[in-house]
Write a protein that binds this ligand. Structure first.
Ligand SMILES: [Zn+2]
Length: 323
């Protein structure tokens, strides 16, 4: 039976957000003009209640197409958890961004039988692997996220010297060493394969500034690695200024201390701490059954725990000494 590609393609597409249709390949769009250069794989909506990244990617693709901007290498825009985005929930059966370590990926590839997120992850694996296989140069992954609470936006930097260097171009504080707090994300998948990967926490899910932050970081990344010219970034100076202001001009930070906890500690964070807030040595940050819990050094508090579940009470970051 003869099949008409366009018809079949559009018939299989699903509406995930008003005006946004995605097929089982999770593609939001691909730009490739056959020129040599790196491949940038940008994903958004790995968590279904975080649509800002998806919209940011679409706006960039639309702008580059409308301007007929020259593209060196390849830009691949991907949508994460399609089913959860349709429902507006973080996930359906399990978190799609906590299962990208090698054992989990191998197990998933080898098994049948599947939760909603198993299917999403298998489809995304195919999309990631296809993008990597088709790359004609270095591969860089950028994953766009947002947060439930207001907070200073930041970049999660992988353990790769080029990743730290790249984060400096993105005008937000880069945080190195968070792997213990947030393991098995897509960053781990790409870095295990030897590629550079970064994630952005752009701000509160619904805040208009979050979408602008995510879009701006992606624009700066595309220009930093040379997929587009700096002159192709709309409002470059404005974007840089807004990012620096939202990131409070904080430096790159490395996690130097983790306060691990167990349920028996009855750990209680003092109210009012925000991610990346400055703290001082000796400051009482929390209480547990043995008394006050103090900051061991000057620095910035990272991911203070206010949910009842977790084994990381908080982390302390110190400035990365720049070479
Ligand atoms: Zn997220």
């Amino acid at each position: 039976m003869e099949q008409h590609g366009d018809f079949v393609d559009s018939a299989l597409k699903t509406t995930i957000l008003p005006g946004v249709h995605v097929g089982s390949d999770h593609a939001l769009g691909v730009l490739d003009q056959g020129r040599p250069g790196p491949t940038v794989v940008v994903s958004g909506g790995m968590h279904g209640n975080e649509p800002a990244g998806v919209r940011a990617i679409l706006r960039i693709l639309e702008t580059l197409r409308a301007e007929s901007a020259p593209v060196a290498g390849r830009l691949v825009g991907l949508c994460g958890n399609v089913g959860a985005l349709r429902l507006g929930v973080r996930f359906t059966d399990r978190d799609l961004n906590r299962c990208w370590d090698s054992p989990s990926v191998s197990y998933l590839r080898a098994t049948l039988g599947h939760t909603a997120e198993d299917v999403e992850q298998l489809e995304l694996l195919q999309a990631f692997d296809a993008a990597i296989a088709q790359a004609r140069g270095p591969v860089v992954h950028l994953d766009l996220h947002s947060m439930s609470a207001d907070g200073v936006p930041f970049i999660v930097v992988c353990d790769h010297p080029q990743s730290v260097q790249l984060a400096r171009e993105l005008c937000l504080p880069g945080i190195a060493g968070l792997e213990k707090a947030i393991p098995a994300t897509t960053i781990e998948y790409f870095t295990t394969l030897g590629h550079i990967a970064l994630a952005v926490e752009g701000g509160q899910h619904q805040s208009p500034s979050t979408e602008d932050t995510l879009e701006s970081v992606a624009w700066l990344l595309l220009a930093s690695v040379g997929v587009i010219a700096w002159s192709a970034v709309p409002d470059l100076a404005g974007r840089r200024a807004r990012l620096r202001a939202r990131g409070l001009n904080l430096p790159a930070v490395k996690v130097t201390y983790r306060h691990g906890i167990s349920p028996a500690d009855h750990f209680r964070m003092k109210p009012g701490y925000r991610n990346l807030q400055a703290v001082h040595a000796g400051e009482v940050l929390a209480e547990d059954d043995s008394g006050p819990v103090r900051a061991p050094a000057d620095g910035w508090i990272l991911l203070p725990l206010y949910q009842p579940v977790g084994t990381d009470g908080f982390f302390i970051g110190s400035p990365v000494v720049q070479a």
